[in-house]
Design a binder for this molecule. Structure first.
Ligand code: ASP
Ligand code: MG
Length: 412
């Protein structure tokens, strides 16, 4: 039997009517001849409520009990989905993570999937079950405790099941109808993409296009799982949504496929740092230990043995970053004359696998920003991405200008 994985996010299972709507989509695939593994999230808002209960009860909570509590939202939707399917005469049953068993590491609240043995679920398919409903986001540690995969982890559960069961495709049902060239709230010229390469999606996901958990895209790329993002509130056919797939499946790649942004960034500069071997390690080691997610890094040319080092990080980590570098200074590990934090910056990026073979993308990006009078503060590039830090107040303007400059607008 060909097999499909269908994942329904929190808004798609937010109440009993929506669970029924989702179950109808599952039934349709069964009627088309598929065995289906359904992965469900908790009803929207449920996980937040559970996290809140834990934090209120115990500020310095035991992570094992946190997982015991926050994993429970998915148990409810898994059981309800199985019941709903049974009411529609579709042979279905539910599985909690530990029953599969979905084996993970012991890193509570951020566990990684180690193995998904197929035997239990395959045996039920062999007996005539058509749909296995699995609670997303959860697993079991080697110690036999319940674990969770980190917020948004049901996407990763879905991709891992698709890989383990050689699924034809992994369909991610959500409240948007696909992946867009940019955020439609910023420009109504944003266009839904029919296809996007794993690498591009990875850049867009980690840059803040919140459609898929980044880890799920990494996993899909590693195991070549074809992912489709589509709306659970529309009638879909084979061509609906956006297919996230390998580059080889995309005949004509775009030079630029999307414009991403990240609003809440900060830029920090260490002024006049004594420039000697090991200085970067002495700065970024303590920052990493303090849990600061450093993104861009720029070191100026050195004059008379001193240099400036600039880096960016999320704006809510500025205090932590300041503390870490000031402590390193007190401890005599680094020496600098000043520390400046600019908390009013945003990052805007253009992404596209076509950049590998086309030149002039950076020039075009900088020209269009300059035409809008937007000053660039920091630039960084990778093979398929160019990012700039700019004043936050120009972020929307910059996204719109770049979207126009690279011709991403609606074609119809
Ligand atoms: N319910 C979990 C969360 O809200 C996992 C998920 O939905 O992907 O993070
Ligand atoms: Mg999600």
């Amino acid at each position: 039997m060909p097999l499909l994985v269908m994942k329904f996010g929190g808004t798609s299972v937010a109440d009993l009517d929506r669970i029924k709507n989702a179950a109808e989509k599952v039934k349709r695939e069964v009627e088309r001849g598929y065995d289906v593994i359904v992965i469900v999230s908790a009803m929207s808002g449920k996980t937040n409520e559970l996290v809140n209960w834990v934090e209120t009860t115990s500020p310095l909570y035991d992570a094992r009990e946190y997982d015991a509590v926050v994993s429970s939202g998915e148990n409810i939707t898994a059981g309800l989905m199985a019941l709903t399917l049974q009411e529609m005469d579709v042979p279905a049953r539910s599985w909690q993570g530990w029953q599969v068993p979905l084996k993970t590491t012991s890193a509570h609240a951020a566990a990684r999937i180690e193995e998904i043995p197929r035997d239990n679920i395959d045996a039920k398919f062999a007996e005539g079950m058509k749909v296995a409903v699995v609670a997303g986001f959860q697993g079991i540690s080697p110690e036999g405790r319940i674990t969770t995969l980190g917020r948004g982890g049901s996407d990763t559960t879905a991709v891992a099941f698709a890989a383990a069961f050689d699924a034809e495709r992994c369909d991610i049902y959500t409240d948007v109808d696909g992946v867009y060239t940019t955020d439609p709230r910023i420009t109504d010229k944003a266009r839904k993409l029919d296809k996007i390469a794993f690498e591009e999606m990875l850049e867009l996901a980690s840059l803040g296009a919140k459609v898929l958990q980044t880890r799920s895209v990494e996993l899909a790329m590693r195991f070549n799982v074809r992912l489709r993002v589509l709306s659970s509130f529309e009638d879909n056919d084979e061509t609906s949504g956006t297919l996230v797939c390998s580059e080889e499946e995309i005949m004509e790649s775009n030079v630029v496929s999307g414009v991403a942004y990240s609003r809440d960034e900060a830029k920090m500069t260490l002024i006049s740092v004594a420039d000697r071997p090991g200085v970067a390690a002495a700065i970024f080691g303590p920052l990493a230990e303090a849990g600061v997610n450093v993104d861009m890094i720029v070191q100026d040319i050195s004059e008379e043995g001193r240099t400036n080092i600039t880096f960016s990080c999320p704006v809510n980590q500025v205090a932590r970053a300041e503390q870490a570098v000031l402590k390193a200074k007190d401890d005599g590990e680094i020496n600098f004359h000043g520390l400046v934090a600019d908390k009013d910056v945003a990052k805007v990026s253009v992404v596209g696998i076509g950049m590998r073979s086309h030149t002039g993308v950076a020039a075009k990006m900088f020209e269009s920003l300059s035409a809008e009078g937007v000053n660039i503060k920091v630039i960084s590039t990778s093979e398929i991405k160019i990012s700039v830090l700019i004043d936050r107040k120009y972020m929307e303007l910059a996204v719109q200008a770049l979207h126009d400059a690279f011709g991403l607008e609606k074609t119809a």
